[in-house]
Write a protein that binds this ligand. Structure first.
Ligand code: 2IT
Length: 444
């Protein structure tokens, strides 16, 4: 047993060389929970932390498929089954060229604590492929999904491992994946979430991550005696999460002035609202992964190869991908008057940015802020088990309650005088439940 954090991290790095994102995610959690760990000899004796950083199982596989030109293509598929102490492995699939084992291990590790925070019975997992949906035709995407599921189906099931979407995997991909699972296993079952409404999906699931993030921000603001209404927001990304967040911010009287893509960002000083919000869905469906057409469509400014964090706003909500806010971005946001940053993306800020943000504004991490997505996935699993569909109001009400409970958990474990350390609150709150379940279940 290592007796300091550095020894622990060094040992982890030696065992998992080059997995930078994974090390970053582990280090943040370990720093937050170290005090609790030191105070609890039972955790130490059972080597809870050493076990937690080792995924229960990692599956890597070849995904061969044939493109529209008849050429054979080969991608790599993964499923990281990280921790099943609280329930079946649960977490999304990411299809993006940047996907590596390190990325999926960081996401699976984070997912374990996020899922614990939701209060629902879900373990943590993540998967995906280095496949790029960019510029692919619908038929190519279908053939890829079918090949991917032909292998993945052996490892998953409604009581074992329940994948969902993430970057590059939306309703269309979940449909193709579900169809292939059903065909091979001859089973119509809740093995995936994010399904279509007519075949086992839940209302609010597409909006859930964005809605949940805004509910969380609402509670952060409430704690400061403030409200969403009247504030200006910058959002990054233009996918599902950004769309949900922007819709809810508009509904609650806030104004969103930016969205972004890999090509740059759009600044819309009048606010992204009404038909402009629905246009985001159209843009996404083109498979081009660029945001610039929005600027042409609505005659606003586009800033090529730049990030939206240079625009002065009250509140920033990163909704794109990991490490999208670095220390310079963080400083610029604060300098320009931003007083709150809530990550709707997973690990949206670099480690040094997080350190700075905790000191200089009100910051909350992805595993708390974006947990609404997987929470509604959990509610989709409940509805599938009941063979019932709940109303929009029912799902939304439960989502809001869950986000409030996550906020309460962060306050309980992260309160430090008049300030709340949301990183510590989320990590300790998520950790304790998983650790206690692991203790109860013995050395497995
Ligand atoms: O990062 C996430 O929490 C997700 N991509 C959603 C996972 C899920 O199982 O709904």
């Amino acid at each position: 047993m290592s007796n300091n954090i550095n020894d622990f991290i060094e040992a982890l790095e030696a065992k998992t060389p080059g997995e930078r994102e994974f090390h970053q995610a582990v280090q943040e959690v370990v720093e937050s929970i170290w005090e609790v760990y030191q105070r609890n000899p039972r955790y130490q004796k059972a080597k809870i932390l050493e076990r937690m950083v080792e995924p229960e199982r990692v599956i890597m596989f070849r995904v061969p498929w044939i493109d529209d030109q008849g050429e054979v293509q080969i991608n790599r598929g993964y499923r990281v089954e990280f921790n099943s102490a609280l329930g079946p492995y649960k977490g999304g699939l990411r299809f993006h060229p940047t996907v590596t084992l390190s990325i999926l291990k960081f996401l699976g590790f984070e997912q374990t604590f996020k899922n614990s925070l939701t209060t629902l019975p879900m373990g943590g997992g993540k998967g995906g492929s280095d496949f790029s949906p960019k510029g692919k035709t619908d038929n190519e995407i279908m053939r890829f999904c079918q090949s991917f599921m032909t292998e993945l189906q052996r490892h998953i099931g409604p009581n074992t491992d329940v994948p969902a979407g993430d970057i590059g995997v939306g309703g269309r991909e979940i449909g193709y994946l579900f169809g292939q699972y059903k065909r091979i296993r001859n089973e119509f079952t809740g093995v995936l979430t994010g399904k279509g409404l007519a075949w086992g999906g839940s209302l609010i699931r597409p909006e859930a991550t964005g809605f949940g993030a805004v509910y969380f921000v609402h509670h952060m603001l409430e704690n400061l005696g403030k409200d969403i209404a009247g504030h200006t927001f910058s959002v990054s990304g233009f996918g599902n999460v950004a769309w949900g967040a922007i819709s809810k911010i508009n509904e609650l009287g806030g104004k969103v002035v930016t969205i972004s893509g890999p090509d740059g960002y759009v600044y819309d000083p009048d606010g992204i609202k009404d038909e402009k919000v629905e246009y985001l869905l159209e843009l996404r469906a083109t498979n081009n992964d660029i945001v610039e057409p929005y600027a042409q469509e609505f005659n606003v400014e586009f800033f090529s190869d730049r990030k939206p964090w240079e625009v002065p706003v009250d509140i920033a909500i990163p909704c794109a991908t990991q490490n999208e806010v670095d220390l310079d971005d963080a400083k610029l946001l604060v300098q320009n008057g931003c007083f709150l940053l809530a990550e709707a993306s997973n690990m949206g800020c670099t480690a040094d940015a997080v350190e700075y943000l905790i000191e200089n504004l009100h910051y909350a991490p992805g595993k708390a802020v974006n947990a609404g997505g997987v929470a509604v996935s959990g509610l989709e699993m409940t509805q599938n088990s009941q063979r019932l569909n709940w109303t929009r109001e029912e799902v939304d009400k439960r989502l809001h309650i869950i986000m409030r409970e996550i906020h309460d958990t962060c306050v309980k474990h992260g309160k430090n005088g008049s300030r709340i350390n949301y990183v510590k609150g989320a990590n300790v709150g998520g950790f304790v439940k998983v650790a206690d379940a692991m203790l109860a279940q013995g050395v497995v």
